[in-house]
Design a protein around this ligand. Sequence first.
Ligand code: FES
Length: 116
Amino acid sequence: MNAINAPSWIAVGRVADIPARGARVVRAPGGDIAVFRTGTDEVFALRDRCPHGAGPLSNGIVHGRSVTCPLHGMVFDLESGRTAGPDACTATSVPVRVVDGVIQIANPAFAEAAGA
Ligand code: FES
C-alpha cells in the first residue's frame, strides 16, 4: 500500500448504537475489534483480546477513558492500550474516527493481523 491509497476507512455503525460506557464487537479478518463508547461519547477501539490472558476486552467495564478486563482486572487506557503498574502490558489499539455520528475503522486494521 502506498501513501496515495492509504488510509481508507470502513463504517462499522453509529455511535448511538453503542450504549454509553459500553462496547460492541466488530468482526475482522485480523481479529475481532472491540469498539468502546465512553460516558462522554468518545469512541476508541482495541483488539478484543487482552494481552495478559486473552480475555475479551469488549466484556470489560468502561470507566472514564479506561476499560477493566473482565478476567483478571487489568485496567487499559482506551487511547493507548497501555496498563500501568509492574505487570504492565499493552493491548493493540486500532485507528478509529467518527464522522457525522458514524464510527469508522481504518481499513488496514481489518487485515494487519491476517498477514495481508
Ligand atoms: S486476561 Fe485480561 S487481565 Fe488477565
